[in-house]
Structure formats: structure tokens, C-alpha cells
Design a protein around this ligand. Structure first.
Ligand SMILES: Nc1nc2c(ncn2[C@@H]2O[C@H](COP(=O)(O)OP(=O)(O)O)[C@@H](O)[C@H]2O)c(=O)[nH]1
Ligand SMILES: [Mg+2]
Length: 194
């Protein structure tokens, strides 16, 4: 798949702003996991529109229209220690409302740092998405930070933990651009279904 255009369509602070008119690929993960880097790499852009410069402060669900065909949906990163509880609750409600409707969500792409065990919040998020019957692709980020062997071992261990197929758990490096094609391939496969 070729990504030709990426434009920020909406920053949704309430459900009336959710973009359901085209298929959606939803990117989630804890703050600092490498979500912005992944989105930039997929889009082949040095920068996407910056929404909220301070980690933990972006409270909106951001819809990027890709090729006029589907959306990359950027969920607020979770697990940033300094985020006040009231803000956390607001995010949770907003995401819950989004998942509940789930019109056209093709895949949840959950990012985990390849070097670390999934946190409790990662696991809760995974279970949450599963409860809404949303298909999940796990992307293990920053794969360049460990050896190829270690990375493969981490991948198998995560596949086992979350009971995923080989194609539903991919290694990625933004610095090396490894894994980009595989992720885009999974996205394009999901678009071809139905
Ligand atoms: N070595 C390496 N560093 C990365 C990679 N992806 C992200 N980073 C770094 O990790 C930090 C957080 O990345 P960012 O994309 O802003 O994370 P976000 O908070 O999830 O959006 C930044 O310093 C990035 O340069 C990667 O694949 N390899
Ligand atoms: Mg970011």
C-alpha cells in the first residue's frame, strides 16, 4: 500500500466529532511508547500536525484521513504519571464511547515497547478492546534497541501471552524503518475484507 495523503480531519473531544464515515485503524499505547514516531513513519512524514506538545496532555481522539480512504486514529497515550485523575477519567469515558459505537473500526493497533513486559494498563487496554470484539494487532516498538534474537524472543513471548497469530504481533523500529511494510500490509488486508 502507498500512503499518498495524510490530513488531520478532526480532534474529537466529544462523540459528535467521531469520524465514522470511513474505516478506522486505531493506534493506542502508553505515553512514550513511540506512537507519534510510528504514525510519522507510516505516513512517511517528518512531522504530522502536532496535537498537544506536552505528554499526557493531549485529550482528544485525533482522526487523520489517509488517502481519502480510511482513518488513522490517534488515541491519547495512557499511563503518564503526571496526568491528573480527572483527566484520566475523561479519556476513559471518551474512548469507551468511541469503542461502544465501533462503527468501522477495522483494527486496534496496540503499541508495546519491545524491551518491557506489558504493564497492567496495557493488559487492561487489551482486555478492554477484546471485550468490544475489536481485532487487535500488537506492534512491538523500538526493536532496534535490542538484538534481532532478543526481539524475536520477545515477539514469541507476547504472542503466547496474548494468544496472537504471527501476523498479529509485529516488530517495528522507527529509526530503522523496520516493520513498516508489514504493518501497512496488515492494514491493507483488513481493508480488503468485506
Ligand atoms: N531507538 C528508537 N527510539 C524510538 C523509536 N520510536 C520512538 N523512539 C523514541 O522514543 C521517544 C518517544 O517517542 P514518541 O514517538 O514521541 O512516543 P509517543 O509518546 O508514544 O508518541 C522519542 O524520544 C523517540 O525518538 C524507535 O523505533 N527506536
Ligand atoms: Mg506522541
Amino acid at each position: 500500500m502507498k500512503i499518498i495523503s495524510v490530513t488531520l480531519k478532526d480532534c474529537a473531544y466529544n462523540p459528535s466529532q467521531f469520524c465514522y464515515d470511513k474505516p478506522q485503524f486505531v493506534f493506542a499505547g502508553r505515553s512514550n511508547v513511540g506512537k507519534s514516531s510510528l504514525l510519522r513513519t507510516l505516513a512517511n512524514r517528518k512531522k504530522l500536525v502536532r496535537v498537544g506538545k506536552t505528554p499526557g496532555v493531549t485529550q482528544s481522539i485525533n482522526f487523520f484521513l489517509v488517502n481519502d480512504e480510511f482513518y488513522f486514529v490517534d488515541l491519547p497515550g495512557y499511563g503518564f504519571a503526571k496526568t491528573p485523575k480527572s483527566v484520566k477519567n475523561k479519556w476513559k469515558r471518551l474512548i469507551e464511547l468511541y469503542f461502544k459505537e465501533a462503527v468501522g473500526i477495522k483494527k486496534i493497533i496496540l503499541l508495546l515497547d519491545v524491551r518491557h513486559e506489558p504493564s497492567e494498563k496495557d493488559i487492561i487496554f487489551f482486555k478492554w478492546a477484546t471485550a468490544y470484539h475489536l481485532p487487535i494487532l500488537i506492534v512491538l516498538t523500538k526493536a532496534d534497541k535490542i538484538s534481532k534474537n532478543e526481539a524475536m524472543n520477545r515477539k514469541f513471548s507476547i504472542m503466547k501471552q496474548f494468544q496472537l497469530d504471527n501476523n498479529d504481533c509485529l516488530l517495528f523500529s522507527a529509526t530503522k524503518k523496520n516493520g513498516r511494510d508489514e504493518i501497512l500490509h496488515e492494514i491493507s488486508k483488513s481493508l480488503d475484507k468485506n
